[in-house]
Design a protein around this ligand. Structure first.
Ligand code: ZN
Length: 487
């Protein structure tokens, strides 16, 4: 192996890490890592200088990107689905194939369970301590933990939270709020005032005096404090304000599959990449340190619903946001991008279908026939007062592109009417679990359940100090890395 002058900083970091490993394994002596190569004295000197530069390389900003509830197998499903429907690769897939990007696994447990929820997972990242599921930066003894946004704020850093859930949902809140119960979103919203500069997602109701139980005009308070408050995509794209509160629906933003099949929604509700670009462009033109959290929130919701069409639609929308961030940061050598997930959920996978698995590909292609989320199918069902087996059958045929058998439609109706439910297991006594299984007969996709799982999640990082995120990372250690880099 020869060390050339053109060696990149990341490769040098990798050499240092590998050298550390070799040293600990007793394979090389201290100071000898250039020995035995064919490098000239001048080359060795240059590499040593680069190594020192790489070690010192400072980070001005971190973009921390979360595909919420993304089981590891989703990565390969999304790559195959992108090749099928868009004839191109995904950015996260490419990151794993990029030698200058760090690769690792995130150990996701919470204080009280091997299976975390999003509140405890984000608190571990944003507060540095594992807490019980359901809590946001309040430890098991009831003590409040100061979130990273409040700490970095004191260091003059800018903070951004971008999500497709309500902006007060667990994952953004874990970086900027402390509250015993994640459901108290009304109490989370005021904690962002003057603590977070850019807030984009859903959840307008938590800022609206008509919808808040205390009648506080929270949106008005944000305006008084210098924020521009926007509520549709046009206003977001036109805005130049450095402080921005944008909420584009009362609750979560729609699933991408529903957005993409409705021109009016697509025109008025921004997608994740657009919101991410709006936030990051502000931080890049400034020279302050910054922390931007970007969450593709509804991957998790689709997994809970065993809805592969909605899940892959939102995973590709998340991947588009990753692409936007990598493009925007390509010419900046002081921005670190971390891409990961907070926990697995229902672990979807493509099963071998048919004799010799020859029918798996055709089954997988049937996902592209889905034209709406299962949420929309069930929503339309609920809006029909006297729905029967025929009604649910026609909704599934219209929106998901396959025919339910009579016995399948009747089993679904029994659950929807809460009658004669056969409790085979936790998954199959829920309408979403049962519909997920019936859809799987046509798509080949199987699910382990309808809840979060304990799997470690995928972790990729690129940019200065990316190697901090290689190997197995305990979720609560992320906080220390972010504070060291930005604080
Ligand atoms: Zn979840």
């Amino acid at each position: 192996m020869a060390y050339g002058l053109a060696m990149q900083a990341e490769e040098i970091n990798a050499v240092i890490n590998r050298r550390g490993w070799l040293k600990s394994a007793g394979l090389v002596g201290a100071g000898s890592f250039l020995a035995g190569t064919h490098a000239t004295a001048a080359e060795k000197k240059s590499v040593r200088k680069s190594v020192r530069g790489a070690v010192r390389k400072s980070v001005r900003g971190v973009v921390f990107m979360v595909s919420d509830g993304m089981s590891p197998g989703v990565l390969s499903l999304a790559e195959a689905y992108s090749q099928l429907t868009r004839q191109r690769t995904t950015q996260w897939w490419q990151l794993l194939n990029n030698p200058s990007a760090a690769r690792g696994l995130m150990d996701t447990a919470s204080a009280n369970s091997l299976v975390t929820d999003s509140a405890a997972a984000s608190s571990a990242w944003g507060g540095g301590q594992r807490v019980n599921n359901g809590s946001i930066n309040v430890n098991p003894n009831g003590k409040e933990i100061t979130p990273i946004a409040a700490l970095l704020r004191k260091k003059n850093a800018a903070i951004g939270l971008v999500t497709t859930a309500t902006v007060t949902h667990a994952t953004p809140a874990g970086f900027a709020a402390s509250i015993a119960s994640r459901g108290d979103e009304q109490l989370i919203a005021p904690q962002y005032l003057d603590r977070v500069d850019i807030i984009l997602g859903g959840g307008s109701g938590y800022f609206d005096p008509k919808q808040r139980s205390d009648r506080r005009d929270l949106a008005g308070d944000f305006k008084k404090s210098g924020y521009q408050v926007v509520s549709d995509r046009y206003a977001l794209l036109a805005s130049k304000s450095p402080k921005l509160l944008g909420t584009f629906s009362k609750g979560h933003l729609p699933f991408s599959i529903d957005r993409d099949h409705d021109a009016a929604i697509a025109a008025s509700v921004p997608n994740l990449a657009e919101m991410t670009q709006a936030a990051l462009s502000r931080f890049l033109t400034d020279d302050k340190p910054f922390l931007l959290q970007v969450e593709g929130a509804r991957i998790d919701h689709a997994a809970h619903l065993n809805d592969i069409g909605a899940l892959l639609g939102d995973q590709l929308a998340f991947d588009d946001a990753v692409a936007a961030v990598l493009t925007m940061t390509a010419k900046h050598d002081d921005i670190l991008v971390v891409v990961t997930s907070d926990h697995g959920n229902s672990n979807p996978g493509l099963n071998g279908m048919g004799d010799g698995y020859k029918e798996s590909n055709q089954h997988f292609k049937n996902i592209a026939r889905f034209k709406a989320s299962h949420e929309r199918v069930f929503g339309e069902w609920n809006a029909k007062p006297n729905g029967d087996a025929e009604t649910i059958g026609s909704l599934v045929a219209e929106h998901l592109g396959f025919d339910l058998k009579k016995s399948e439609a009747e089993a679904l109706i029994a659950i929807l009417h809460k009658e004669n439910v056969v409790e085979w297991n936790q998954q199959l006594e829920k309408p979403e679990g049962l519909l997920g299984q019936f859809a799987g007969n046509h798509t080949g996709i199987g699910w382990t359940g309808t809840t979060h799982t304990s799997d470690p999640t995928l972790l990729s990082a690129i940019g200065p100090q990316a190697s901090r995120f290689s190997g197995i990372i305990r979720n609560s250690d992320v906080f220390g890395h972010l504070m060291e880099l930005l604080g």
